[in-house]
Design a protein around this ligand. Structure first.
Ligand SMILES: Nc1nc2c(ncn2[C@@H]2O[C@H](COP(=O)(O)OP(=O)(O)O)[C@@H](O)[C@H]2O)c(=O)[nH]1
Ligand SMILES: [Mg+2]
Length: 312
């Protein structure tokens, strides 16, 4: 169970994925940390760096205010440690988000049903494959449900992953009813004694309301008493969209209950500060990060490792 958890691999993957972010926003901070003090210029540098990392203006201001208060009351503070503590504080998660999908649920009733939602092109299908691979590595039996029936290419793409990963896939021809596929997937998962069923969904945006209706319908089906399976709904977010992506994410998370986030494409983003904004705005834990296009390019999100990788 601990395979992806707090290990050397998580650290290396996170460090690699954050390289662009570090170059973009951490470098200016080095001078402050080397001087080991905050003067007016240093406060401005910090503020600029935080905002340009896409941390969000409110969150950036909040950090600065808190740090200023700390430095007023004590002159022994180290800017490095203080910034690090503040960033860690922002990501604190008392609920241990990862335990829902990696913890006890997997030894309880089966299967764990994961519904993946998010906008088109955000990285849903790839992230479904990554999770399937992760559970397989953990020795779990995985079944995929292809409930993105909107585009023919979507079903094909998932089929390719299912073949490559050698996992079962329940799907239907394009235009099929996503709710029916979700229903069939979970039924197949139960009868084939799968440990995890991961359901891919459509994310087209031009008919937002229909999409949300459709997702709610799938949700209701999965919630049926007859199934009584543990559930997790994961919102896939594209890290390269930064603050702009947040409003779409908000729309999803207010329309259907989400348990956490799979932050895809962290490797393609120079705005890793987005992570702090997500926590602040959506109050959803980041569970996983995507760090490339291959199935192994992911890791469990470890707040401490993340902050360490940003500042080290
Ligand atoms: N660099 C990188 N590319 C990714 C990642 N996740 C997905 N992608 C790419 O993003 C594009 C859209 O992904 P897809 O899974 O089809 O998104 P969907 O429409 O939400 O299902 C594809 O070209 C993927 O290879 C990631 O973590 N890093
Ligand atoms: Mg897709």
């Amino acid at each position: 169970m601990k395979f992806f958890h707090r290990n050397e691999r998580t650290k290396q993957t996170t460090e690699k994925a954050l390289r662009r972010t570090k170059d973009a926003w951490f470098k200016p901070l080095t001078r402050i940390f080397l001087n080991n003090r905050f003067d007016d210029a240093a406060w401005n540098t910090l503020e600029e760096a935080l905002i340009s990392s896409d941390i969000g203006v409110t969150t950036a201001m909040d950090i600065i205010e808190r740090l200023k208060t700390q430095f007023k009351s004590s002159h022994d503070n180290s800017p490095f440690l203080s910034v690090k503590n503040e960033l860690n504080r922002l990501l604190e998660n008392p609920n241990g988000p990862i335990e829902t999908v990696l913890g006890d649920n997997l030894s309880g009733p089966k299967p764990l049903v994961i519904l993946m939602v998010g906008v088109n092109g955000g990285g849903k299908t790839t992230s479904v494959a990554k999770l399937a691979n992760m559970y397989k590595q953990l020795g779990k039996k995985v079944l995929l449900g292809g409930a993105d029936t909107f585009r023919a290419a979507a079903a094909e793409q998932l089929q390719v992953w299912a073949d490559r990963l050698d996992v079962d896939l329940v799907s239907n021809e394009t235009g099929g009813d996503p709710g029916a596929i979700a229903f069939d997937s979970i039924r197949a998962g139960i009868s084939r004694k799968a440990d995890v069923v991961i359901i891919d969904t459509a994310g087209r945006l031009h008919t937002k309301n229909n999409l949300m209706d459709e997702l709610s319908k799938i949700n209701k089906i999965l919630d049926r008493d007859e199934f009584s399976c543990p559930r997790a709904t994961i919102l896939v977010l594209d890290a390269t969209t930064g603050q702009n992506g947040l409003s779409q994410a908000e729309y999803f998370s207010t329309s259907i209950h989400c348990d956490g986030i799979f932050l895809a494409k962290l490797d393609g983003s120079a705005k890793g500060g987005f992570v702090f904004g997500i926590k602040e705005k959506l109050n959803l834990p980041i569970m996983f990060v995507g760090t490339g296009e291959n199935v192994e390019d992911m890791s469990v999100f470890e707040p401490k490792t993340f902050v360490e990788a940003l500042l080290s």
